[in-house]
Design a protein. Structure first.
Length: 238
């Protein structure tokens, strides 16, 4: 009679080989509870540069999220200033609430957007390392740019890679996106764009929130260069 222990060891090794960081990350994101009530101060600064001219905007907003949706409680932006919605729809202003999407949705409910981005991601590399002194798994991912056939027909180069650090609870500690696109339009004109997005996450009341984000854009089109930089920081208000 053969001992049962080797079979148990083989079964354990098999399960470990089948497990991967991307699957664990998606499972942890799906397992997050429904949003509890939380208030967050969102401080944002944007810098846009085109043809040697700089345009700087600053904004500080107190936002509340909970089962009833996302509400803007205080907003330093002048009433006449246009909203820069980062979600799929803009908030209607202080006191408004909207479920599912809207301004500040990416900051207060990042798990939903991450799951959508990771749906077609492929793991290029997985390593064990530390992130800011904490044990982590680092995943290097190939991401889908989600371009239609018409857009792809003009491409000369299109790359989107992401690196994500996963904590011991399976949730992301930080994520970096690097996107570069080169295309030809109107037969002779070329367009080049490079985007770097660095985002760190935080936990509050079992919720995943963005801690801070930096997004930098560089590019050139029709002989003119442009660049932009957005910085966002979120502080939980207890």
């Amino acid at each position: 009679m053969r001992p049962a222990l080797p079979f148990a060891v083989l079964a354990l090794c098999g399960s470990l080989l089948q497990a991967d960081g991307l699957s664990d990350l998606k499972a942890a994101l799906r397992g997050l509870p429904a949003p509890a009530k939380v208030r967050v101060k969102v401080e944002a600064e944007s810098l846009e540069r085109e043809s040697g001219k700089d345009v700087i905007e600053r904004r500080s907003t107190l936002v509340e999220d909970g089962p009833e949706g996302i509400r803007i409680l205080e907003d330093s932006r002048p009433a006449a200033a246009p909203a820069k919605a980062k979600g799929k729809g803009a908030s209607k202003g202080p006191g408004s609430a909207k479920k599912g999407s809207g301004e500040f949705h990416d900051e207060l409910r990042p798990a939903e957007g991450l799951l959508e981005q990771l749906e077609k991601a492929r793991v290029l590399e997985e390593k064990v390392e530390t992130y800011e002194g904490r044990p982590a798994r680092r995943l290097k991912l190939a991401m889908d740019l989600e371009l239609d056939a018409e857009a792809r027909s003009h491409l000369k180069k299109a790359e989107h890679e992401a690196t994500v650090w996963i904590g011991q609870d399976g949730l992301p500690l930080a994520m970096v996106h690097r996107i570069e696109i080169k295309a030809r339009v109107m037969l002779v004109a070329s367009v080049w764009t490079k985007i770097d997005i660095r985002r760190r996450f935080q936990r509050s009341q079992n919720q995943l929130l963005v801690l801070d984000e930096q997004a930098e854009v560089q590019g050139a089109a029709l002989g003119k260069s442009f660049s932009a930089k957005d910085t966002t920081r979120c502080s939980v208000i207890f």
